[in-house]
Structures are given as structure tokens and as C-alpha cells.
Design a protein around this ligand. Structure first.
Ligand SMILES: Nc1ncnc2c1ncn2[C@@H]1O[C@H](COP(=O)(O)OP(=O)(O)OP(=O)(O)O)[C@@H](O)[C@H]1O
Length: 249
């Protein structure tokens, strides 16, 4: 069976630094994969390569068998890969619902100013539906500037769901979220993504989150995969303990 994502010989260099070093692996549909690794190990570089924000120097990335390695971020998103960011990319003066409405317009290829009222209502309905999935419907009309960091992260992830992606990449979904709220935040993410049955790849520094939510872990070290397997196996691997979790935040 064709894997959802196939990565073959993927390389990316920044000058002399090899940030992705001949990466080779598949991701099957339905998996929840966590990317772990110390700072600078290459996790975000991988996310940027898959989402079109960086172009590989060599190698291949295929989504459902289609080569996507040199497409633009917009094109990659149209094909079914969405992402969230370490720092949420939101319009700070707009409300939560307005931010999502902008994303809905973008996904539908509309210019906001040209929309008929019926379409504007449709966008708002979609925005409210997505916020509802995250338990945030009551914050729909609050400006982002008034919302806490953890809520902003959830809204950024909601934006990524607008296109009903096949593959969702989350860059540190719980960074900046308090220890008391981190499980509740991830529970909301998993619950919200479930209706779209999206495959999730998430960068994570918190090993409690990794152990609880991932069914597979890829441990990065110096642009390479040091270990690949179940959370139990990878987190107990001596190399991972030495080079990854020992230095994790
Ligand atoms: N645009 C860039 N130009 C030059 N070097 C870069 C660039 N992006 C990343 N790097 C370097 O590539 C290496 C991998 O960085 P990357 O951001 O992928 O690591 P990471 O595992 O995501 O780290 P973190 O956990 O700190 O986010 C680092 O040494 C980083 O400094």
C-alpha cells in the first residue's frame, strides 16, 4: 500500500551544516507521530521541507505517491498538508472567528472584499464549527490580543484544519502552555482533529506528552533519525537517552 508520506534520501544543508541528512522513512495514514530531538536537531527543518517552506537540496517527498518536494506552501496545502507554527501566525487585532474566516476564504480561493453576504455567513458558520470542536466557541468574538497563549495555539491549529488536511504537522503544540493545561490542550487537539481523521505529526519537547499521545516516535539528532519506533522503545533507547531526552527542554 502507498504510504501517506514517503521520504527518500531527503537532504537540506545550510552552508556546512546538514540539517536534514539523507532522511528515509514512511508515515502511514492514521498515525500520530512525534518528532523529538534536542534544539537544532532538524525537526522544524523537516516540517518546513514537507510543507514547502524550504526546498530540499536532494531527495524526494511524496504525498500519496505524488512528488511534492518542490511545490510552494500554498500548493502543498491544497494537496492536503497543513501545519501550525511554534509561534501562532494570527491577525492579532481580529477576533478568533475573523481569523478563521480569513483562512476559510483563503482555502476557497476567495478575495474577502468580493464576498456576498451569504458566503460571509458560510465562512462564519465554518469558523464557529471549528472553534466549537476546540471548545472555544464562546471566545469567537474576542480579539486575539485578549486571548492567552494556549488559546492562541489552539486557534492556530484550528486554522490548519480549515482545509480538512490528510496530514497535519504541529510544531510544538504545547510550548508555552502551562504544565496544568498541557494534557487538556492536547486532548482538545486530538478531539478536534478526529472528525477529519487526519494523520498527525507533532514536534514535541515534553516526553510526558510524547508518551501519552504518540503511537510512533522519530528521534532526530544532527539531521538524522537516531531511533524510530513506539514511545516505549524510543524513549528507553540508550542513544536517545544520551543524545536527545538528556538535552530536551
Ligand atoms: N534558515 C536557516 N538558515 C541557516 N541555518 C538554519 C536555518 N534553519 C535552521 N537552521 C539550522 O539548522 C539546524 C536545525 O534547525 P531546526 O530548526 O530544524 O532544529 P529543531 O530540531 O527544530 O530545533 P528546535 O527544537 O530548537 O526548534 C540548526 O542548527 C539551525 O540553526
Amino acid at each position: 500500500m502507498t504510504p501517506l508520506l514517503a521520504v527518500r534520501g531527503l537532504e537540506k544543508r545550510f552552508g556546512a551544516l546538514v540539517a536534514a541528512d539523507a532522511l528515509n522513512f514512511d508515515i502511514a495514514a492514521g498515525q500520530k507521530v512525534s518528532l523529538i530531538g534536542a534544539n537544532g536537531a532538524g525537526k522544524t527543518t523537516f516540517v518546513n521541507l514537507v510543507t514547502g517552506y524550504l526546498k530540499p537540496d536532494s531527495g524526494r517527498i511524496a504525498l500519496d505517491g505524488m512528488d511534492i518536494g518542490r511545490r510552494s506552501p500554498r500548493n502543498v496545502a491544497r494537496l492536503g498538508i497543513s501545519r501550525s507554527f511554534q509561534i501562532p501566525q494570527l491577525f492579532i487585532e481580529l477576533t478568533a472567528a475573523q481569523n478563521l474566516a480569513v483562512a476559510v476564504s483563503g482555502a476557497r480561493g476567495h478575495a474577502l472584499s468580493l464576498l456576498a453576504p451569504a458566503e460571509a455567513q458560510g465562512r462564519r458558520d465554518k469558523a464557529l464549527e471549528l472553534l466549537g470542536r476546540f471548545g472555544l466557541a464562546d471566545l469567537a468574538d474576542r480579539p486575539i490580543s485578549e486571548l492567552a497563549g494556549g488559546v492562541r495555539k489552539l486557534i492556530d491549529i484550528a486554522m490548519a484544519l480549515v482545509r480538512r488536511p490528510k496530514l497535519l504537522l504541529l510544531d510544538e503544540p504545547t510550548s508555552g502552555v502551562s504544565a496544568e493545561e498541557k494534557f487538556a490542550t492536547m486532548d482538545r487537539v486530538i478531539h478536534a482533529v478526529a472528525p477529519d481523521a487526519a494523520t498527525i505529526v507533532f514536534v514535541e519537547h515534553d516526553m510526558e506528552i510524547v508518551g501519552r499521545y504518540a503511537d510512533r516516535v522519530l528521534a532526530f539528532y544532527q539531521g538524522r533519525i537516531l531511533a524510530d519506533g513506539s514511545p516505549r522503545d524510543v524513549l528507553s533507547d540508550p542513544q536517545v537517552r544520551r543524545y536527545v531526552t538528556g538535552g530536551a527542554r
